[in-house]
Design a protein around this ligand. Sequence first.
Ligand SMILES: [Zn+2]
Length: 248
Amino acid sequence: MSETMFTNKDVFLLYRFQEAHRRLSLLQGQLSDPALRHEIKDLSDQLALVIKETNLLQKEIDQLKTENQKLEDECKEYDFQLGQIEKTLYSGKISSPKELEQLQKRNAEYKNAKGSREERLINQLYLIEEQENRLGQLQEKAEGLKERVEIVREQETKRRTTLRAQAEKVKTEAGEIEKALPQGLIKFYQRSAEVLKGIVVAPIVESTCGSCHVILSQAVLEKVKKGGGTVPLCESCGRGLFYPETSR
Ligand SMILES: [Zn+2]
């Protein structure tokens, strides 16, 4: 057979080749769809922020606890000092009013100092409680985000695995069709595939072009019916034509 003589069956085979390629490029488009990857990145970023916030808060809580420990120790020390002062006051050993006055002054000062520390201690205890609640919420949020990231990751892996398997299948199919295709038709396809956006041949549907839908002229229909020549082309969109019903 000549390089430019094709039967309807040949063109139909080219159509199957073309459709396999279209499916393949659709699958490749889906494979490179970044939607889920963006979602994973988004969730991971959120998670990183929550972890950062959690760590900062934990540090603050630790600091407050250390401070409170120090305040408690100081209060104990004041208690001890106040006890000493009291002992001296009631010991009857104080001889001068000046000494008494000084002791009373120190007594008042220590009580004051102790009181202000106790107040701070209580305030900080409330603060610690609040922050520990917040910490719990953040930890829950982090757990939720971690789970969500895992789920979406798994989804994406599954999706890609399925698409890759489908693409492999279609590739094999296209390869097998290619082996059976006349060389001239492969060239015909390659020449215009890009310009015609991957649709190089179209079936005739009720005397119209299956791609651009114009009513085909009698001459073209005759040529397709006769077959065995060059690929009959649609006069409107330039795509190769074939009868699907006679090609099976
Ligand atoms: Zn057309």
